[in-house]
Design a binder for this molecule. Structure first.
Ligand code: APR
Length: 280
């Protein structure tokens, strides 16, 4: 007896079938999960791509291992390598990509249930995704505070320190703790919003996974939270996580920008997408 395979949601494993699902109104609670791969086209290196990834280019900072640049204990010992990187990554010098614009278009059409991002570049907000529909699982550069007493540090002073590559210390009298942007370092807990929000992934009627290696947990576990018949679309250079193992998974390997343009074409949204992107 055949195992009772769940009914198929998609007519076939193609972006055209995904577009039909959206146009027919059967997908209106779309949950998007993104990583650094959607910002490489903006000029921000990702972490693990061979040759271009950040972790392959930190040798000049003579770190014990690349991830040390985001390790809280190493930061306490020596914050300078992180501040060298912060100067390169700091928001303000980069523009959203057409992939960011596509997510903002989903929101404008009332189809975005939630965006979970691992990125710290704030490009989703810059593209116009409403903040209440963004869960920045690994924090962002938007705010900063003392790592010891948690006293917030002013934004403009922080930007000046980052520009100078000079790690600031706590503004509070008697505390000389280091100041760090509210980015989740290895060894730190993710924001409460991530844990509170992860049940949202189970309510999705369509999942888009874009530009991530799905290497870092607990974020990497999100795609599995969508129940079986919910289609999961991967827009990524390579196959990652368990994407492709389910009957309704759709793999569109290649750049995120090419993938979202194909999906926009299938939806008849291409013109709208390109002009939305020009406006950001
Ligand atoms: N189009 C599609 N895929 C791309 C593109 C692109 N333009 N550029 C890169 N990719 C793919 C890479 O092939 C890789 O699979 O995006 C993925 C990026 O993976 P990582 O570099 O590991 O980035 P990410 O998944 O966001 O890392 C997760 O690791 O260091 C931590 O906290 C950091 O949030 C980060 C987490």
């Amino acid at each position: 007896v055949l195992p009772d395979t769940p009914p198929r949601t998609l007519s076939d494993r193609s972006l055209a079938a995904v577009a039909d699902l959206i146009r027919s109104g059967r997908a209106k609670r779309i949950v998007v999960m993104t990583g650094a791969g959607i910002s490489t086209a903006a000029g921000i290196p990702d972490f693990r791509s061979p040759k271009t990834g950040l972790y392959h280019n930190l040798a000049r900072l003579n770190l014990p291992h690349p991830e040390a640049v985001f390790d809280i204990d190493f930061f306490r010992e020596d914050p300078r390598p992180f501040y060298v990187l912060a100067k390169e990554l700091y928001p303000g010098n980069f523009q959203p990509t057409v992939s960011h614009a596509f997510i903002a278009l989903l929101a404008r059409k009332g189809l975005l249930r939630m965006l979970f991002t691992q990125n710290i570049d704030c490009l989703e907000r810059a593209a116009g995704v409403p903040p209440e529909l963004i869960i920045e699982a690994h924090g962002s550069f938007a705010t900063q505070r003392c790592i010891e007493c948690k006293t917030p540090f002013p934004d403009d002073a922080m930007r000046a320190h980052v520009e100078r590559g000079d790690p600031p210390s706590c503004p509070r009298e008697g505390c000389d703790g280091l100041v760090k942007p509210d980015i989740v370092f290895f060894g730190e807990r993710l924001p409460d919003a991530f844990y509170e929000g992860s049940s949202i992934a189970a309510q999705a009627d369509l999942v888009l996974v874009m530009g991530t290696s799905l290497t870092v947990h607990p974020f990497a576990g999100l795609p599995r939270l969508a129940p079986e018949p919910v289609p999961r679309v991967l827009l990524n250079r390579e196959c990652v996580g368990d994407l492709g193992t389910r009957a309704d998974d759709v793999l569109r390997l290649g750049t995120c920008d090419a993938g979202v343009r194909d999906l926009a074409d299938a939806l008849g949204w291409r013109g709208e997408l390109e002009s939305a992107w020009e406006e950001v």
